[in-house]
Design a protein around this ligand. Structure first.
Ligand SMILES: [Zn+2]
Length: 122
């Protein structure tokens, strides 16, 4: 395996940055960025020099990428939802006769989503 990858961004070699300039004299080019691969940390940044190149690639090849692992139905994660009532405050910005804003109590609701452990039958 090579220690370097060329950035896969389809327009990487067209971005006008000093880091892409190669060549000498009048024969200069903008060249695709060469990315040093970290063998201990395999991730998407081994293939793209920046997020623009990543998204250019994803947009250009979105259909083919989706076809690698098609999602034909929605997935679901079992959960438990717990509602908690608690006292909170809102502020009445219409100041009172003394020029102060009023802090008005009210009962608010907080939603907790909790994981449910399931035993896989697969
Ligand atoms: Zn790039």
């Amino acid at each position: 395996m090579s220690d370097y990858n060329w950035c896969h961004g389809p327009e990487c070699h067209e971005q006008q940055t000093q880091s892409r300039i190669r060549g000498s004299g009048r024969d200069k080019v903008l060249r695709t960025i060469k990315i040093k691969v970290n063998p201990n940390y395999h991730n998407i940044h081994n293939y793209f020099c920046n997020t623009r190149c990543l998204y250019d690639y994803l947009n250009k090849h979105a259909q083919a990428i989706a076809n690698i692992a098609p999602r034909t139905k929605a997935l679901e994660t079992p959960i438990k939802v717990e509602k908690e009532k608690y006292e909170s405050y809102r502020y009445d910005w219409n100041s009172d006769d003394n020029g102060a804003t009023k802090r008005v109590p009210y009962m608010a609701t907080r939603t907790h989503i909790k994981s449910v452990k399931t035993i896989s039958t697969l």
